[in-house]
Design a protein around this ligand. Structure first.
Ligand code: CAA
Length: 388
């Protein structure tokens, strides 16, 4: 039985900054950001956007394909959740009117949470072939003003509907995993800003990719020649490029050029949005599908997921007949083009507006209400959401 992704939705905040401007203000060479890091723009979430509002907006885009009778599982993968106990997916269920008869939960393992949810969804459908499962990967990547990680921030959500006979791609049951307790990146529960050993984390990402890729090749007998394109978790696009370059020598010159060309399509959205943590790999996948007109049904794609802490997983997917008819590239490009650019000074105000975890009640800033759902306030320490 073929199981995989039937539909994909994407939402990212309606505000962004130009990273060349950020470089100038921070006293860095703009080329470091756009070439060295590989990022052009960065989504800026106002205080009214969080993983719930962004996740709900992404779900809304694919809602027409959700069958209330068949939906059995709703999973939110996130590492910037809004509550240490309650699943953010319950807020999303209510905001989008999803059925109350599905299991609802939140999953956490840094940026790997989206893949964990996707694999759980695939296994769930394998056990219950008539069912659908909804996976939401949503995050706000936040390191702080004037930090080394600032240029690699971002925000947004990807929603994926998983079912048998999927209309986009089949996820093969061929994963190779490497999991190991390391201290490359973490976020204590009292803060909304991540802590990272930057350079070390990039080395670990590459090491985990190498281990997963070697295990994958050994188990399947496949190699680079069997893949049309490789897509990667993209904390910033240069990171994915480094991983790809690690394995390129395994292919001939023509294949190397081909893989680099496809990779370039897979980073278009990421260059403009930034890191989505759990959603990042799937933002790359969506960018590839929506921007690469040379893809065809039957093509095999390789996906590498990495979540600090750390878990790395490499797996493959195969495009199905008619996949291009299920995509919404023009709408996604239109939404990115319609965003409002913030000056760096305004971005810094919006950034500081974001609510520290220790604060009790507050109102979010209505000047920045945008998107289909907003967090309006926290009253009595409970979050108040609204559809707009
Ligand atoms: N023109 C062109 N390139 C330039 C340049 C210029 N003027 N100046 C510098 N560069 C290049 C550097 O040569 C370097 O390229 P290479 O890595 O290919 O050598 C690149 O720009 C970055 O320069 P630095 O290494 O000096 O940058 P930095 O010290 O400021 O830190 C970072 C970079 C470590 C990625 C930092 O942004 C960071 O800590 N980010 C957060 C952590 C992170 O994203 N880690 C990724 C792996 S962990 C993960 O994947 C999980 C996750 O989502 C967080």
């Amino acid at each position: 039985m073929d199981i995989g992704i039937d539909q994909m939705g994407l939402y990212s905040p309606d505000f962004y900054i130009d990273l060349r401007q950020l470089a100038e203000v921070r006293g860095d060479d703009p080329d470091k950001y756009t070439i060295g890091i590989g990022q052009d723009e960065q989504a800026v979430p106002p205080s009214s956007q969080d993983v719930v509002t962004m996740g709900a907006a992404a779900v809304q885009q694919i809602q027409a394909s959700i069958d209330a009778e068949r939906l059995g599982l709703i999973v939110l993968g996130t590492e910037s959740g809004v509550d240490a106990s309650k699943a953010g997916a319950l807020f999303i269920q209510k905001l989008t009117g999803l059925p109350q008869t599905a299991r609802v939960l939140e999953i956490k393992e840094a940026c790997y949470g989206g893949t964990a949810g996707l694999m759980m969804a695939r296994d769930y459908v394998a056990a219950h072939p008539t069912k659908q499962a909804l996976v939401i990967a949503a995050d706000i990547a936040r390191y702080g003003l004037n930090t080394a990680g600032e240029v690699t921030q971002g925000a947004g959500a990807v929603a994926m509907l998983v079912s048998a006979a999927p209309r986009l791609l089949v996820i093969n049951d061929d994963s190779a995993v490497h999991a190991e307790d390391i201290g490359d990146f973490w976020r204590p529960v009292y803060t909304n800003q991540a802590l990272a050993r930057g350079k070390y984390s990039t080395e670990q990402y590459l090491r985990f990719f190498q281990l997963a890729w070697a295990a994958y090749k050994k188990a399947t007998g496949l190699g680079l020649a069997d893949f049309k394109a490789l897509t990667f978790h993209l904390p910033y696009t240069k990171m994915g490029l480094k991983a790809l370059r690690q394995v390129l020598p395994e292919a001939d010159a023509a294949k190397q050029q081909d893989l680099l060309m496809h990779f370039d399509h897979s980073i278009q959205y990421s260059r403009r949005i930034g890191n989505l943590y759990t959603g990042s790999l799937y933002l790359g996948l969506l960018s590839l599908l929506e921007n690469d007109s040379s893809l065809a049904a039957g093509d095999r794609l390789g996906l590498f997921s990495y979540g600090s802490g750390a878990v790395g997983e490499f797996f493959s997917a195969v495009l199905v007949e008619g996949f291009e008819k299920q995509l919404h590239g023009a709408a996604h490009a239109g939404a990115l083009n319609a965003r409002r650019a913030l000056s760096i000074a305004e971005y810094e105000r919006v950034f500081q507006d974001a609510v520290p975890y220790a604060k009790a009640d507050y109102q979010t800033n209505p000047d920045y209400y945008a998107g289909p759902f907003v967090l309006t306030a926290v009253t009595g320490q409970e979050r108040q959401y609204q559809a707009r």
